[in-house]
Design a protein around this ligand. Sequence first.
Ligand SMILES: C[S@@+](CC[C@H](N)C(=O)[O-])C[C@H]1O[C@@H](n2cnc3c(N)ncnc32)[C@H](O)[C@@H]1O
Length: 216
Amino acid sequence: MLAASTMPTWDEIFREQGYFFLSPHPDMARIAALFRGHGVKRILDVGCGTGRHLVYLSRLGFQMDGLDSSSHALALSYRWLDEEGLSAGLREHLMERPFPYSDGLFDALISIQVIHHNLLKDIVFTVSEIERVLKPGAFVFITVPALRSKPENPEEDWQLRQVENGTYIPMQGPERGIPHHYFTENELCEVFGSFEILEISTDSTDHRCLLGSKRA
Ligand SMILES: C[S@@+](CC[C@H](N)C(=O)[O-])C[C@H]1O[C@@H](n2cnc3c(N)ncnc32)[C@H](O)[C@@H]1O
C-alpha cells in the first residue's frame, strides 16, 4: 500500500494544477436546456471543483450552490465567479457526510466525475443525501468513469489495486492513493434505484452519464 505521505490530497492536486477543467461537460448545454424547460431555479453541484459548471450555469441564470472537499478548488471557483461578476453559495464539505442543506432544497443536482471517489458504502450514503436534498420530481445528472482496458502507454498505467468489488486505488499517476469505484451500467442504475432513470449514456471521454429524476 502507498505511504500516506506519498498520496496527494485533492487540495494538493489543485494547488499544483490550478484550474482543472475549463469547458463544461459536452452534454451540459442540453441538460441546462432541459432544466430551463422544466422551471429549474436552484442547482447543487456536488464536487464542484474549480467551478466550470458553477460559472456556466450561473451565466445562464440558475442559482448555484457547490460543495467540495478542497478549499483550494473552492477558492479558485470563487475567483472565477468573481471575475465574471457572478456568485454562488459554496461549502467545503465531504460528500460522505450529511450534506449541509435542508430536505428538498434543490430543483436539480449535478455531479461530474466525483461520486466514484469513495468506497461503495460511502457512495450509497452520498446518493441518499443527493435524494434527500432534492425536491420531488427534481433532476439529477451524474457522470462516473467506466473501467477501461489497460492503456497502451505504460506511463498512463495507474497500476490499479482492487480494494473491494469494483473499487480500485491507483498506485501511480496524478490521483494515486485516491479510491475510484468503477460502476457497471447496471450497478449505477441500482445505486440510483430510488430515482426514475431517464437516460443512461457514455460520453466522449468514456464516462457513464445518468440523468434521473427524484420520484414524486
Ligand atoms: C475530477 S474532479 C471534478 C471537478 C468538477 N466536478 C468538474 O467537473 O470540473 C473531482 C472533484 O471531486 C472532489 N472530491 C473528491 N472527493 C470528495 C469528497 N469526498 N467530498 C467532496 N468532494 C470531493 C475533488 O475535490 C474534485 O474537485
